[in-house]
Ligand binder design. Sequence first.
Ligand code: NAD
Length: 476
Amino acid sequence: MSAVKEPSFRESVDLMFNRAVALMDLPPGLEEKIRVCNATYTVRFGVRLRGEMRTFTGYRSVHSEHMEPVKGGIRFAGSVNQDEVEALAALMTYKCALVEAPFGGSKGGLCIDPREYDEHELEQITRRFAYELAKRDLIHPSQNVPAPDMGTGEREMAWIADQYARMNTTDINARACVTGKPLNAGGISGRVEATGRGVQYALREFFRYEEDVAKAGMTGKLKGKTVVVQGLGNVGYHAAKFLSEEDGSKIIGVIERDGAVVSKNGLDVEGLHAWIMKHGGVKGYPDASYVENGAEVLEEDCDILIPAALEGVINLSNAARITAPLIIEAANGPVTAGADEILRDKGTVIIPDMYANAGGVTVSYFEWVKNLSHIRFGRMQRRQEEARHELVVDQLESLSDAMGKAWSPDPDFKQKYLRGADELELVRSGLDDTMRIAYQSMRKVWHERDDVVDLRTAAYLVSIEKVAASYRAKGL
Ligand code: NAD
């Protein structure tokens, strides 16, 4: 098996795409049109730092413009390359279609290890990169809207938004040029944790269907399930935190750059996260055993494996030894096409990336809509909703008085029922709804078609069909 060549990330995505379209009846021209990446812009720019000029290389790929704006994160990592950015842009196309976010697919990346620069230097570099992209409309509220990805977060998005606003002083929608901004710079409540929250909602939805859980050879709900997470960054940390705090799952292993920590009794996610923030890695963390070769822990005996760091970590070299019956791809592309085949043959159920980590783009969509409408969600309705609920409660109270019976609801019923939804609640409700509906659309194909044996192929079928419909509607 080791003689088989591992495909690149982009080849992996294409192979998975091809596997799905083979089961569809698309005209070959349209199939090709959907698969190919429309354009990739490469930029090299210089920034004067520490007394010398340093040159940086960045990319912005536009995979499909069947809907505009196109959308996709910007990654800061030393390993960024064109192949990776194009693969990620393609996944964005399929992801947006699957969760019905009205965007085409795009992605950006800058070859830089952000840990090597201080905040001021990073701001200079980010602003310069944003300038290069914005002047070619590769950052634009109606054409191309980036978001955070590995190595970037709210801070970088705020710099990008500000840079765009400086270059477009009369654009009233300037804030909609990027999502994932801090709340005070046009962001939306719940965006930071959205991708991890989406992973939690995806797992909750999966565990609502006994027959799906049975396909992974499991029974029961999330409570008590053992979990291994790779990457305790934005996505991995929030997923692990919510699953352990709210669903009773047990995080028994966390893999980071410098190794892994394992504890059969369950790790304290908050404590471990604080340790990583302070020490830069998991090594030395008390109350857990340390494993120097972190990747080995991917093979640990657990119920759910959550790769939430980077692509290609489950590949031809280790797929056969992965024992988790359920893998949820919080990262993009963590399982290569070859590994996918090995795991499929073993009966491992994989909840695919384009669905599993779609919580980020879903809440980004809400943020974009908020920016374009210039009003916080819930601002108009909240108190009116409360007043109407109060009417019902008053009526119930007077009814029980008239009947001479004291009405004694649950102590917190009144407080919960009377409260109108604020922005965070609306965002969570919209995200939960999106994750449920998208899962249902995938599982329908998975269960109804004999030739579809896995959720990934089902996800591709649903999303490619939507992209194709959109091209057909344009007369292509
Ligand atoms: P992040 O930079 O916040 O976190 C990545 C984490 O992985 C860090 O803790 C890092 O130390 C760790 N890591 C890096 N290399 C590793 C290695 N070799 N082994 C183990 N751990 C390693 O990034 P993120 O935003 O959480 O993104 C993680 C993945 O999720 C990426 O694949 C990204 O494309 C995907 N994703 C992110 C979002 C989002 O909203 N941030 C949305 C969708 C998908």
